[in-house]
Unconditional design. Structure first.
Length: 181
């Protein structure tokens, strides 16, 4: 019998001093049966890093033609496409053609570095693509914060990210591998 998705209720408070964005988002996040706690938490951090009143979680892993997170304009165009993991060159090309801005968050340590070495030369033509790596030791620590009901506080200052749940804190230093023009 197929496993069912798990529902997470998240209150995500974002204090982004870099962008002067301060807001609390009440999110219902569906965790696909094949999704790890690490990926779920990276998704929430990616949401916080790009937080906006029109930013939305999508169906995620259960749909191939959607990013993990997107932001649409009032007329329905895709303004921002946020994806996690290690997409193929074809998926990167298609994403860059669909949205005004594409942000990829690879993670997984050495595996992510090998992926980037393989695809980076083919991404130079995409001025709307940004690639931001998250270190494996940091995303492993994030995974330990996951629970079905969470009150996450995310503080962002000078590119550094602090994620806290209750008395637990994880610090992240996102590293930009490719900047958008």
């Amino acid at each position: 019998m197929a496993q069912k998705a798990t529902i997470y209720k998240v209150e995500l408070s974002v204090s982004d001093m870099d962008r002067h964005y301060y807001e609390t988002h009440k999110l219902t996040v569906t965790k696909h049966p094949s999704e790890t706690d690490e990926r779920l938490m990276v998704r929430l951090v990616a949401f916080a890093l790009n937080a906006h009143e029109h930013l939305e979680m999508t169906k995620g892993l259960s749909t191939d033609d959607e990013p993990d997170i997107w932001q649409k304009s009032l007329s329905g165009e895709l303004d921002v496409w946020v994806a996690l993991g290690l997409p193929s060159e074809k998926v990167i090309r298609q994403s860059c053609g669909k949205a005004g801005r594409v942000i990829l968050y690879p993670y997984g340590g050495k595996t992510a570095e090998m992926w980037w070495d393989k695809v980076k030369n083919s991404t130079t033509r995409f001025d709307n693509l940004q690639v931001v790596n998250l270190a494996e030791v940091e995303t492993d620590a994030l995974a330990k914060l996951a629970s079905r009901t969470m009150k996450l506080q995310v503080n962002i200052q000078d590119g550094e990210v602090m994620v806290s749940v209750d008395d637990s804190m994880v610090y992240l230093t996102p590293v930009e591998w490719k900047g958008a023009a």
